[in-house]
Design a protein around this ligand. Structure first.
Ligand SMILES: [Zn+2]
Ligand SMILES: [Zn+2]
Length: 224
């Protein structure tokens, strides 16, 4: 069995994270995870303290992932890139797996932050992105099952009420695949959640295929 983290943040790309890419990968490696998907935050506030253009910010965004991948290469951990996108139109957060430049050329930067989830979704589909709504019932968040591919049913962050049963009901009602992640920001969040698979996830395509085939076992369900 193989462990994959699907939702984690590194500092400074995610300002709210308490660990560097290196520390994050080392901690997960110690916990026996074979694959990590880095989902740093991207929002209208990204890099406000710099005068970089949005094109440059998009490049800078992947630095945390690149650093993590270099450490993963040394430790034998597969590290893959993704993004947690937040717009100004909703309190919700969306995990984009397969995020790419073409998507942002279509929606425009920073225009994307003023778009709704329903406006963004067709562009994500047209550019090969799989959209997973993160923690759909956390705080003021609400599920948008019609413009996502899957729901993060289990989010093991210890600082939030996840309302797992309610999200599961939404996923079942809409026939949406379910996934899980730790949303790790701090050492104590590491390795609580994620997914378990029989085959190692080595690409984002592997993850998406496992998600759709129902091959994911959700870790940490008992914690939330
Ligand atoms: Zn955060
Ligand atoms: Zn997150």
């Amino acid at each position: 069995m193989f462990l994959t983290e699907t939702h984690m943040h590194t500092y400074p790309t995610s300002k709210c994270s308490h660990f560097s890419p290196k520390e994050a990968v080392e901690r997960y490696s110690k916990e026996g995870y074979s694959t990590l998907i880095i989902t740093d935050h991207f929002s209208a506030n990204f890099g406000v303290d710099t005068d970089l253009s949005w094109d440059e910010k998009f490049e800078v965004f992947f630095e945390g992932y690149k650093e993590a991948r270099a450490v993963g290469d040394l430790l034998g951990v597969c590290v893959l890139p993704a993004m947690e996108l937040t717009m100004r139109t909703t309190p919700n957060d969306y995990l984009l797996y397969g995020v790419n430049k073409e998507f942002f050329e279509r929606v425009g930067l920073p225009d994307v932050f003023d778009m709704t989830p329903a406006e963004i979704y067709p562009h994500a589909k047209a550019t090969g992105i799989t959209v997973v709504q993160a923690h759909p019932y956390r705080g003021r968040c609400y599920p948008t099952p019609d413009c996502v591919d899957a729901l993060e049913v289990v989010n093991t962050s210890p600082r939030h009420d996840n309302r797992t049963e309610e999200i599961m009901a939404v996923a079942l009602q809409h026939g949406l695949p379910m996934t899980g992640g730790s949303d790790a920001h701090r050492p104590e969040d590491v390795a609580r959640g994620g997914v378990i698979t029989e085959k190692q996830i080595l690409t984002l395509e592997d993850y998406v295929n496992a998600l759709y085939s129902g091959a994911l076992q959700l870790k940490g369900r008992e914690l939330v």
